[in-house]
Design a protein around this ligand. Structure first.
Ligand SMILES: C[S@@+](CC[C@H](N)C(=O)[O-])C[C@H]1O[C@@H](n2cnc3c(N)ncnc32)[C@H](O)[C@@H]1O
Length: 178
């Protein structure tokens, strides 16, 4: 695996010794769901591979103890949702995305099966009532635990010329030097 175009080799950038006394490798995360997703999809086969182009509306239930965190969310047109793909296979490191049916490393794909099965969706916020958000464009199954909600900032989160090499039939086109 080589370095990206215009990038120095990683080893020259950072010390190989961990700064913190506990190596990151052994850290256990304690994630607490902030809510649960209610969607029309009961099985994996029913859900779209990416929800973004879908017109289907899902409902996101936020648990009572987290409701103060929803203040001002109603003013957002689009949100990032992070969810725990609880029915995924966490042992998988290779995936065959439907895009080309070839094998790729999971970290170069959006496969639900991966060591830490965190789903990422950008959704349209359709409405907010009480602790419930109605959102369009999600691919999560009914009962999927919700981990976080963040506003989508178009001025920083949109990268119109971004590309993924294997989807273009070749290497990444990135050569901007960053
Ligand atoms: C390809 S993943 C993409 C997820 C997210 N949009 C992302 O990019 O991180 C979406 C697929 O995950 C599967 N899926 C949805 N909810 C799931 C869950 N709770 N557990 C396991 N698989 C799930 C469905 O088959 C759906 O088509």
């Amino acid at each position: 695996m080589g370095s990206l175009p215009n990038h120095p080799p990683l080893k020259t950038l950072h010390s190989p010794k961990p700064f913190f006394p506990f190596a990151a490798k052994h850290l256990a995360m304690n994630l607490k769901p902030i809510g649960v997703i209610h969607s029309p999809y009961k099985t994996r086969a029913e859900a779209p591979f990416q929800g973004r182009p879908s017109e289907e509306v899902s409902e996101v239930e936020v648990f009572d103890e987290f409701l103060p965190g929803l203040a001002d969310v109603e003013g957002c047109t689009h949100l990032f949702l992070l969810y725990w793909l609880d029915r995924a296979d966490r042992k998988v490191l290779k995936a065959f995305p439907p895009h080309d049916g070839k094998e790729h490393g999971v970290f170069a794909t959006r496969s639900p099966n991966r060591p830490n099965p965190i789903g990422l969706g950008i959704v349209d916020l359709v409405g907010v009532a009480g602790g419930r958000l109605r959102v369009r464009g999600l691919d999560a199954l009914e009962g999927t635990p919700l981990l976080d909600i963040k506003p989508y900032f178009s001025e920083v989160d949109s990268i119109p010329d971004a590309s993924v090499g294997w989807r273009n039939g070749g290497e990444s086109k990135r050569n901007d030097g960053r």
